[in-house]
Ligand binder design. Structure first.
Ligand SMILES: Cc1ncc(COP(=O)(O)O)c(C=O)c1O
Length: 312
């Protein structure tokens, strides 16, 4: 597979403002499938699936799922059959925008179901595609599988290769279904860097245990021992839950946009707010070397009702 990289940028203005040595890994600029961590992961997942003989993918997410969008786009490019099950009330979707719009123009007609019926709907679609003669891959939401973790294990190596002898004291990023964090923990395991995952929805116990499960799975895959690695998954800046926003979150997003750092309210805004707060309370000491891993989210910002409802 051709390697696609993203830059690590120094940010002098924000470093001075925050009082740390800040660099940003710009995975929001990942060059294919709409960018972000889900685009990076899906390339690994589809590569593995095609090599294993799959010719269709059944996966799921919400209407503004970055994973569902990246899956739809890579499947369109590779002409792989793609079935998306979206766990939303179709009648409550306000407009065709952001990720949902990209899914549609990529030629995928999503099916909708209640969250409580997701498992059955996935099984039914798998059976449906098998009846049509396909060999479908069952891909859980968010790209939750070992290839997703592997993508981020390799991304950590890529990033370190770009930083010469600058070794971050902390890497901080938005954490959801766990494989981005598991891959980063594994990729930095031979360095003193602490990886902090800021939850976008899950509470600490559940979130930490899914990261742990993905790390164990990746360790088995790579035949490496990551059992001594700590999982640092924070649920302090969920700000009300998935796709929920608070005043301090919006204030942080707006303030950072004015100095050129575009964040979103569902994912990266929460992670950056976490960074600001950890510096404020001194848990990340001033002067630390911090790598903020920007995982994307522009389409979530552009489809956020709060931002779409604003007037000039
Ligand atoms: C922009 C963005 N950042 C971070 C995450 C969290 O990634 P993961 O699910 O691998 O923990 C997601 C998940 O949807 C995302 O879309």
């Amino acid at each position: 597979m051709q390697s696609l990289t993203t830059p690590v940028e120094r940010n002098v203005r924000l470093s001075e403002h925050l009082g740390c040595d800040l660099r940003i890994k710009r995975d929001d600029t990942y060059p294919v499938y709409g960018g972000g961590n889900k685009a990076r992961k899906i390339r690994y997942i589809v590569e593995g699936a095609v090599n294993a003989g799959y010719d269709a993918i059944v996966t799921n997410g919400g209407v503004q799922s970055n994973h569902a969008r990246a899956t739809a786009l890579i499947c369109a490019e590779r002409q792989i059959k793609c079935s998306l099950i979206l766990h939303n009330d179709r009648a409550a979707i306000p407009s065709l925008c952001g990720n949902l719009l990209l899914m549609k123009i990529a030629g995928v007609l999503p099916r909708f179901c209640k969250l409580s019926e997701l498992s059955e709907s996935m099984d039914a679609e798998m059976a449906n595609l098998k009846d049509q003669g396909f060999n479908p891959l069952y891909l859980w939401g968010g790209g939750h599988c070992v290839e997703g973790s592997l993508a981020y294990y390799e991304a950590a190596k890529e990033s370190q290769g770009q930083c010469d002898d600058w070794i971050p004291d902390y890497v901080i990023h938005a954490s959801g279904t766990g494989t981005t964090q598991a891959g980063l923990i594994a990729g930095y395991a031979d360095l003193p860097t602490k990886i902090i995952g800021v939850s976008v929805a899950r509470e600490k116990v559940r979130g930490s245990s899914v990261v742990q499960a993905s790390l164990t799975e990746l360790g088995n895959y790579l035949k490496a021992d990551f059992t001594k690695e700590q999982i640092d998954f924070r649920d302090d800046w969920i700000e009300g839950g998935y796709e929920k926003e608070s005043g301090q979150l919006l204030q942080s997003i707006d303030g950072n946009a004015r100095v050129g750092l575009i964040l979103d309210p569902t994912y990266t805004g929460k992670a950056f707010l976490g960074l600001e707060k950890l510096l404020e309370i001194g848990e990340i000491p001033r002067g630390s070397k911090v790598l903020f891993w920007h995982t994307g989210g522009l389409l979530n910002l552009l489809s956020s009702p709060t931002y779409m409802d604003q007037t000039l």
